[in-house]
Design a protein around this ligand. Structure first.
Ligand code: TPP
Ligand code: MG
Length: 354
């Protein structure tokens, strides 16, 4: 690996601080209650994923299952910056986005279990969470597919003159797909309210990002489309919120799309069947020790005396209980009826097709 690239990769281990004055403004704008709520959401996601992992090992969850632990600040910070009319389309590592978007943990867990009470009737599973009431257009298994689909959603919003944006989440492994760049070009030319959130967790399956990308500064990938881009510390929930909020304002006021590069890390393997032998345990531990997004937020809340250690512990207990309820609900629910096998495959057109 070229020295310069190696240096770039190493630098990404260190947490980056938001400019102190800006950080205060952001925290003021959010307010203490919202910040505590953000911690609760992040803890909920962490606990949810730990239990989902265990349920997978017990074969209660089958098929694909990609855990989001380590990346919580991205889902929570970005969705806190959105409005009720905004749309979301995500990748297959989307349990965190679904929960941060306000989907019911019971319906999400039941979907993972393949039960009929799941958010997609048990027919989608882990990669295909969906909730039309929350404008959550799903997890998407096709790497990079979120960008053209997100551009389509953004086009619809613009066409209908709605003051709203579409957030499209994708991974570092998706950014070189041709279709991503075709859609980015259109987003710029048409001035679509599209915010692409690149979750750079350092790996696409077992391949480190520096092995496949000409630069690890992934924000630069949008330069040739003249799209606003920015690198953000994805482990700092305040920075994530701030970047997305500003991107949203730009999209609504100026019709400008954005491409945000969020540096993060995934703690588990690519999926439940990946032993992650391509990286050392020390690397994961270093990320947990130095940059964990939940620890960073908890420490800040305690330092600022917004929460005590007892409050932190009760949030943990409370979120554990929410997840346990979701597990019991999923366990007790039935599988879909056999007749469901052929349902919802074709749209029944309401009238004659011209
Ligand atoms: C078009 C397409 N090509 C290949 C795959 C197989 N595949 C599934 S996940 C993945 C890696 C994606 O990595 P990244 O975008 O970094 O997301 P992460 O898993 O790290 O969240 C690949 C290549 C796919 N699902 N879709
Ligand atoms: Mg990745």
């Amino acid at each position: 690996m070229a020295e310069a690239k190696k240096k770039e990769v190493e630098e990404h281990v260190e947490p980056e601080e938001l400019d102190a004055e800006r950080a205060d403004q952001v925290r003021e704008e959010l307010g203490d209650d919202a910040i505590v709520e953000m911690l609760r959401e992040m803890v909920l996601i962490r606990r949810f994923e730990e239990h989902a992992g265990r349920s997978y090992q017990r074969r209660k969850i089958k098929g694909f299952c990609h855990l989001y632990s380590g990346q919580e600040a991205i889902a929570v910070g970005s969705l806190r910056a959105t409005g009720d009319d905004d749309y979301v389309i995500s990748h297959y590592r989307e349990h965190g986005h679904a929960l941060a978007a306000g989907m019911d943990p019971k319906a999400v867990m039941a979907e993972l279990y393949g039960k009929k009470t799941g958010c997609a009737g048990g027919k989608g599973g882990s990669m295909h969470l969906y909730d039309v009431d929350k404008n959550f257009m799903g997890g998407w298994g096709i790497v990079g597919g979120q960008v053209p689909l997100g551009a389509g959603l953004a086009f619809a919003l613009k066409y209908r003159e709605q003051e709203a944006v579409c957030l499209a989440y994708l991974g570092d492994g998706a950014i070189h797909q041709g279709v991503v760049h075709e859609a980015l070009n259109m987003a710029k030319v048409w001035g679509l309210p599209l915010i692409c959130i690149v979750e750079n967790n350092q790996y696409g399956m077992g391949t480190a990002v520096d092995r496949v990308s000409s630069t690890v500064n992934l924000e630069k990938k949008a330069d040739s489309h003249q799209i606003y881009n920015k690198a953000v510390d994805g482990q700092d929930v305040f920075q994530v919120y701030d970047a997305v909020k500003q991107a949203r304002n730009r999209a609504i006021e100026d019709g400008e799309p954005s491409w945000l590069h969020l540096r993060t890390y995934r703690y588990y393997g690519h999926s439940m069947t990946d032993p992650a032998t391509y990286r050392g345990k020390d690397e994961v531990q270093k990320q947990r020790d130095l940059r964990d997004p939940i620890v960073r937020l908890r420490n800040w809340l305690v330092e600022e005396e917004i929460l005590s250690q007892d409050d932190i512990d009760s949030i943990d207990d409370e979120m554990e209980a929410v997840v346990k309820d979701a597990l019991a609900f999923a366990d007790e629910s039935d599988f879909p009826d056999e007749s469901e096998l052929t349902a919802n495959i074709y749209v029944e057109w309401p009238g004659e097709i011209d």
